[in-house]
Design a protein around this ligand. Sequence first.
Ligand SMILES: Nc1ncnc2c1ncn2[C@@H]1O[C@H](COP(=O)(O)OP(=O)(O)OP(=O)(O)O)[C@@H](O)[C@H]1O
Length: 311
Amino acid sequence: MTTKNFTAQQRPVSSTNPQINAIEGDIIGTNSKQKVSSKDEVADDKSAADGQNQAEDHIVLSVQHVKVASRLWVEGISAKKGECIHIIGPNGAGKSTLLLILAGLIEADEGNVTLLGKPMDNWSLATLASVRTLLAQQSESGFHLSVKEYLSFYSSAQQSVLIPAVLEKALEVSDFSNKILTQLSGGERQRVEICRALLQIWPQLEHGEGIVLLDEPLQGLDIRHQYALASLVKFLCKKGNTILMTSHDIALSANYCDSLWLMQSGRMVASGRPLEVATQTNLEKVFECHFAISKRDNFLEIQVCAPISLE
Ligand SMILES: Nc1ncnc2c1ncn2[C@@H]1O[C@H](COP(=O)(O)OP(=O)(O)OP(=O)(O)O)[C@@H](O)[C@H]1O
């Protein structure tokens, strides 16, 4: 496993660290194996092949047979354009490692990673930074700058305002825009970092062509801002952007994503629609707790009813 080096030019990449509703009948995605085989049965080979090509066009990120020594072993999974994917799993499951692989910041020992159909190796970090953005864990910058000054580094000339209205609505960073970064609370700081990550590729996000990787963005946010962020992520995906985020809030994630990826010990245990992935069997096996899961209308209620016993 090798780690790509950063240079000053790659400033937008942190150095410290449904919709396009799956086109109806689409054959690619987290459940691709099952769906591909049903497509394969279509009598007309040509139209099946055409269908596959069309669906492949919509794959934004893909990992195949990827291995990172003692950290990650993923057989194959992909993210489609416009998909809102939440990745859950216990500490050390490999969620951050997978995001870093998808961001092109670490190279796998084996396997293939592609972004927009192009092998990750063929992307330079500078170009990557204009196509996809990453919020890493512990990605706080130590600059002695005000929030406004810091964010201004990430807004492009095409932007008429520093903070687009929808970002301000969800993240509410203007209230402390004159404060120095180091004077912010943990949650305020996290909101600024999320804003920074989204501003980095805002022109792409506005056109529904952005790719966003957020590692535990809910960390430190109060409950109102957690749900505001989850809504913002869904809103951006509805425009066609592809967003993957890791989370430890299983209930929120199950209700705010198109696709849930469940990881354990560096492996993908399950992936697909939240109802199929966030099952009692899956969650109890992976998290080693007892869960009570009920479904009301389209809402999944997930409660831990017997966490670790200390006796
Ligand atoms: N830089 C590193 N070098 C070697 N091993 C690492 C490194 N970073 C993480 N690991 C290991 O890789 C495994 C996966 O870590 P990772 O950070 O991807 O897990 P995670 O699912 O994001 O965990 P968490 O929920 O605690 O953030 C863990 O066993 C961890 O100890």
